[in-house]
Design a protein around this ligand. Structure first.
Ligand code: SF4
Length: 557
C-alpha cells in the first residue's frame, strides 16, 4: 500500500521562507493577531482569569471535600486538565448524541486521570503503585496510551489528593498531563541501553522536565505542546507528529547529536513536522526546546482553537523564518547545520520481542491488546520484572511495554511468565500493530466503540489469517480526532455512524489506507465513500490483506 504522495519526511529540506509579516513586531502578536480588541475565546478567557496550575489547591481544599457538585464549571471543563483530569462520558449515551448534547449532559461525575510517564520510564516500584491505585480507586482500569502515559477511569474527585500523594511519593505526577501545556515528553523507551543507539537523550529529557513542569512561564500556551526525543535508529518516538522533536543523527564533523523538527501534529488538520536543518548537541537540547516552546507561547495563534497548534504557525512562517526567529530572538546565537536522520532500520518501531542491550543483557518488549491492561496485571508485571530484570520497565508509543536488563538465562522464563499473563513477547502482527483510542466507553467526543472492538478484531484476524506475517498497523479512532493516529496507519479507521444494508444507522468507520511514518511518511488515503460497519470490519480487513498478499509487488508494503 502506498502513502498519499508526500515528500518522505526524513528527506524533507527546510522549506523556503514565506514571511507574511515580521515576527518580531511585538512579541505576543500571535495571541491577538487581529488586534487587541478581539474578544477572547472561552479557553483564553479562563486561562487569563486564573492559571490552570492553581486549580490543584481548590481540588485539595474544596472540591475533594465538598464533592463533584462544588466544582466551578471553568475548573471542571477547563483548568482541571492542567492536572490530568477530564470528566468521562456518562455511561449509556450513544454516539449519535455526542454532537447534539451539551457538555454537561455528557459529563459523568467520574474522571479520567492521566499519569505522565516521560520517556516511558518506570521502576517496578512505580509500576506497582500505578497498579495499586488502579485497583483501589479506578475500578481496575489502566490503559497504556500511545504517548507512553497511563490513563485511569472512574476516578472520584474525593480520591484525587490521595492519588497524588501516592504517585508523588514515588516520583510520578499528573502535572500538565492534559491542557494547553507542555504534555508528556516522549522518549525512546530503550534510551541508554539499546545496542544500536546513536545517542542517549535521557539527560536532556530530564533537564527539559526540570525546567518546564509546573513552571508558570509555560502553563498558558495557545494549545497543547508535544515533545519527542530519541537517539534510536529505529526512530521510535513518532517524531514526525510532535510539535518539537529531537532525532538522533551523526554529524560528520561534530559526532552524535540531534536533528531538530518542529510543527508536526495530526487531529483534523494533519501536518508532518518539518526539519529546521539544525544539528543540536545533547547539552544544547534543553535551551533549544525552551526556545521553540517560547515561540509557541509568544507567537502561537490563540483566536481559534482549531488553528492554535504550532503546526499552523510553522506552516505560515516556513522553516527558514522559524529557525531565524529561534536563533535571533530566543537563543541569541546560530545553530549548526546538520544532516537528516537516516531511514529507520526497522519497519516495526515498537521494540517487541527479545533484543540485546549494549551491556550484554536483554530487553523484552511485549504486547497487551490495544494498550488495555488493568491494575492487577500491572502489579503482576512489576513482580515478573523484578524476578527477571533489575526493576526497570518502559511503555512505548505503540501502547506496548518493555522489561529491561534481563540476563540471557532468564529470557525464556520471562517470556513464559508474560504469556501466562496473556502478554505476548512474540505476538501476531495483528496484536503487535493494532492500536485503539479510548472510544465511547469513556470519551465524551466519541461516536463509536474502539478498545473492545480493537481487541476482538485482533482475535478474529489471528483466527482467520494465522500465516500473515507482514508488519501492519491498524489504528482505530472513536471520532474524527486522531488520538490513535489513524492518518499514519496502514489501515486507519475513523469512527462514525454509517448506514448498514437495511439503511439503519449503526457504528462504523471511514477507512483511510496506506498512511505511514518513517520510510515513506505520509497520510493515508481517505477512500471516498469507503465506510464499513463495525460488524463488517473483520471481513473488510481480511479482504484488503488477502488482496495485498496476492497482488503486491516485490518489496511493496
Ligand atoms: Fe476520544 Fe476521539 Fe480521541 Fe478517541 S480519537 S479518544 S473518541 S477524542
Amino acid at each position: 500500500m502506498a502513502a498519499t504522495p508526500q515528500k518522505p519526511a526524513a528527506a524533507q529540506k527546510p522549506a523556503t521562507a514565506t514571511p507574511r509579516r515580521k515576527a518580531s513586531r511585538h512579541r505576543g502578536e500571535g495571541q491577538w493577531a487581529a488586534g487587541h480588541f478581539t474578544p477572547l475565546n472561552g479557553n483564553e478567557q479562563f486561562k487569563k482569569d486564573d492559571d490552570g496550575l492553581n486549580v490543584r489547591t481548590r481540588i485539595e481544599t474544596i472540591y475533594s471535600k465538598r464533592g463533584f457538585d462544588s466544582i466551578d464549571p471553568n475548573d471542571l471543563r477547563g483548568r482541571m486538565r492542567w492536572w490530568g483530569l477530564y470528566t468521562q462520558r456518562k455511561p449509556g449515551i450513544d454516539g449519535g448524541k455526542t454532537a447534539i448534547l451539551e457538555p454537561e449532559e455528557l459529563d459523568d461525575e467520574y474522571f479520567m486521570l492521566r499519569v505522565r510517564i516521560d520517556g516511558g520510564a518506570l521502576t517496578t516500584r512505580q509500576l506497582r503503585v500505578v497498579g495499586e491505585i488502579s485497583q483501589e480507586f479506578a475500578r481496575g482500569t489502566a490503559d497504556i496510551t500511545d504517548r507512553q502515559n497511563v490513563q485511569y477511569h472512574w476516578i472520584r474527585i474525593e480520591d484525587v489528593p490521595e492519588i497524588w500523594n501516592r504517585l508523588e511519593a514515588v516520583g510520578l505526577s499528573t502535572v500538565t498531563a492534559c491542557g494547553d501545556t507542555p504534555r508528556v515528553m516522549i522518549g525512546s523507551p530503550v534510551a541508554g541501553i539499546a545496542e544500536d543507539e546513536i545517542i542517549d537523550g535521557t539527560p536532556a529529557l530530564e533537564e527539559m522536565k526540570r525546567r518546564v513542569l509546573g513552571n508558570k512561564a509555560y502553563s498558558n500556551l495557545p494549545r497543547k505542546f508535544k515533545t519527542a526525543i530519541s537517539g534510536s535508529p529505529v526512530l521510535d518516538v513518532v517524531h514526525e507528529i510532535n510539535d518539537v522533536a529531537f532525532v538522533g543523527v551523526h554529524h560528520p564533523e561534530h559526532g552524535p547529536g540531534f536533528d531538530l523538527w518542529v510543527g508536526g501534529g495530526l487531529s483534523t488538520n494533519p501536518k508532518l513536522g518539518v526539519r529546521l536543518g539544525a544539528w543540536v548537541p545533547l547539552e544544547d537540547v534543553p535551551d533549544v526546546y525552551e526556545g521553540v516552546l517560547s515561540i509557541f507561547r509568544d507567537h502561537g495563534y490563540r483566536r481559534l482553537r482549531n488553528r492554535a497548534r504550532l503546526k499552523f504557525l510553522v506552516a505560515d512562517w516556513g522553516a527558514e523564518k522559524f529557525r531565524q526567529v529561534l536563533e535571533d530572538e530566543y537563543l541569541k546565537r546560530r545553530l549548526t547545520d546538520g544532516p537528516a536522520p537516516a531511514e529507520p532500520v526497522s519497519r516495526w518501531r515498537d521494540h517487541i520481542g527479545v533484543h540485546r542491550q549494549k551491556d550484554g543483557r536483554f530487553y523484552v518488549g511485549f504486547a497487551p491488546r490495544v494498550g488495555r491492561v488493568d491494575g492487577t496485571t500491572l502489579t503482576k508485571i512489576a513482580d515478573v520484572a523484578e524476578t527477571h530484570g533489575s526493576g526497570r520497565v518502559r511503555t512505548t508509543v505503540e501502547q506496548k511495554m518493555i522489561i529491561l536488563d534481563v540476563e540471557e538465562a532468564q529470557v525464556e522464563s520471562l517470556v513464559e511468565s508474560l504469556e501466562a499473563l496473556d502478554l505476548s513477547a512474540r505476538p501476531s502482527p495483528f496484536r503487535r500493530g493494532t492500536m485503539a483510542c479510548t472510544g465511547i466507553e469513556f470519551c465524551k467526543l466519541a461516536i463509536v466503540e474502539t478498545k473492545a472492538r480493537g481487541a476482538s478484531l485482533i482475535d478474529e484476524l489471528e483466527r482467520r489469517m494465522p500465516e500473515f506475517d507482514e508488519p501492519i498497523t491498524i489504528n482505530l479512532n472513536g471520532c474524527p480526532n486522531a488520538c490513535a493516529r489513524i492518518q499514519v496507519a496502514d489501515i486507519g479507521l475513523k469512527g462514525q455512524l454509517v448506514l448498514n444494508d437495511r439503511g439503519e444507522q449503526v457504528e462504523g468507520y471511514q477507512v483511510h489506507l496506506g498512511g505511514a511514518l518513517g520510510l515513506e511518511a505520509g497520510f493515508g488515503r481517505k477512500v471516498r465513500g469507503l465506510k464499513v460497519t463495525a460488524d463488517e470490519l473483520p471481513d473488510y480487513i481480511e479482504r484488503v490483506l488477502k488482496r495485498f498478499e496476492a497482488e503486491r509487488e516485490d518489496g511493496e508494503r
